[in-house]
Every structure is written in C-alpha cells, then in structure tokens.
Design a protein around this ligand. Structure first.
Ligand code: PGA
Length: 249
C-alpha cells in the first residue's frame, strides 16, 4: 500500500499572476499547521516559475499540466519536460481527459510523454477515466484497464508516479460516482499496476478526481486504494483547497 497521499490542484487554463495569492495562502496555512500528505498545485505554464518563486521555502509542490515528448526544437507552442524542470516544476499531469478529448492525446502519446517526464526526473500523474456512455455500457473497467496498459509504460518500474482516476462525466459537473464505484475502479487499477509495474505499481498513489469538494472529500479519501485527489475547480480558492487537504488526513 501507499504511504503519503497526494492532493494535487489542477488549475487548468485558469489563473494570472494575481491568482498567486491563493497559492501563497495555501502554503502559509500549511506552514502554520503542516499536513501529513503531499500537496501540489499545477497552474498554467505561464505561472509555474512565478509560483515556484512565490512558494519558495514551503512544502507545496508545483507541477505542469502537460508536456511534449521532445527536449527542444521546432515545435511551436509546445513545452518540454526539460523546460518544466527548468521552471521549477516537480511533477506533471499527463493524459488528462480534456487533453485526450480536445487536444488529441492518446494512450500512445501519453506513454511517450510519461517517458519524457521520467527522462528529466519529473513525477508523472497519469490520468484515466471512462465517459458516461462507456460507464452506462458497462465498459468502465475495460476502458480504464486499456488506458492504464497503454499510458503507463514499463519505464515506470522503479520510479515515483501517480495515477488519477477521473471519470469524464464527473469532471466539472458536480456529479461523483458512488463510493463503491470509486473503490471498484481503484482496486482494479491497483491490481493492474501491481501486475505490470511491480513494487512501483504497488506504491503509486491512485488519486480520485472529478468534482472533489470540501463536502465530499473526507468520505472519498477514506475509500480503499484512494491515495489522494486531483482537484480542479475547488483548487482555485485557497479556502476550499485547504478544506480538501485537511479532509485527506
Ligand atoms: P473538477 O476537475 O474537480 O473541477 O471536477 C478535476 C480535474 O479535471 O482534474
């Protein structure tokens, strides 16, 4: 089983320099009253470096939301894992459903991005999750299993990483699966990770994501094999994000 949970905020395409005040407030509260888990904020790329500066000396980690597979070159608009490291990021969200649905990420490209992240020492957070149609058709475990096999390359063996189970229909909708549904998928992901990636697969936190908020965080965090949360909307305000962090233990 895993050790510390990871509570990661995914700011998505939200936030300007003025928003750093929220990140500072999270760090200040955790400085006053430390929490036993790991906390990260993944802002838009433009805020990574300023956020690292703003949070210097705190325990809050900063991460990216995507990276390209190449180190450098003629790839207009892309950002490499090396650049994220240079900006001070320690982790990176990969294969988020918004990237899979809107920007063409596939299991194959996500696996390549995971390799790029590992090449630099960035800790990947690999996202998977079924659509509502897939859930209704009883295909959840098949879909998630295929995504895990396709998106988590063997290079993850021996490395620190996380998986985030985010049902697409729960993201930004206020809907969440039942606790039983969350447990079923998390247990299946754990078995698959252990089978394919050995000790690293046993140790990787499996985060739940999708409409996590202060009011539902503690019951979700108590579910078997839930090793943290990937929080979108509720991570934008320090007060809500802190309440979720506290709910995790
Ligand atoms: P949400 O987003 O918490 O706003 O539902 C979660 C995510 O997409 O990571």
């Amino acid at each position: 089983m895993f050790g510390r949970k990871l509570i990661a905020g995914n700011w998505k395409m939200n936030g300007v320099t003025a928003s750093l005040v929220e990140a500072r407030a999270v760090a200040a509260a955790l400085d006053r009253q430390p929490c036993p888990n790991r906390v990260a904020i993944c802002p838009p790329a433009t805020l990574i470096y300023p956020m690292v500066q703003a949070l210097e000396g705190s325990d809050v980690l900063v991460g990216g939301q995507n990276c390209y597979v190449e180190e450098a070159g003629a790839f207009t608009g892309e950002i490499s894992a090396e650049m994220l490291i240079d900006a001070g990021a320690g982790m990176v969200i990969l294969g988020h459903s918004e990237r899979r649905q809107l920007f063409g990420d596939t299991d194959e490209s996500v696996a390549a991005k995971v390799r790029a992240a590992l090449r630099t020492g960035l800790e990947p957070i690999v996202c998977v999750g079924e659509t509502l149609d897939e859930r209704k058709a009883g295909q959840t475990l098949d879909v998630v299993g295929r995504q895990i096999r396709g998106s988590c390359p063997p290079e993850l063996e021996g490395r620190a990483f996380s998986v985030a189970y985010e049902p697409v229909w729960a993201i930004g909708t206020g809907l969440t699966p039942t606790l039983e549904q969350i447990e079923e998928v998390h247990v299946a992901i754990r078995a698959l990770l252990a089978e394919t990636l050995g000790d690293a697969g046993e140790a990787a936190p499996i985060l739940y994501g999708g409409s996590v908020k202060p009011s539902n965080a503690s019951e979700i965090m108590a579910v078997a094999e839930v090793g943290g949360a990937l929080v979108g909307g509720a991570s934008l305000k320090a007060e809500d994000f802190l309440a979720i962090i506290r709910a995790a233990g």
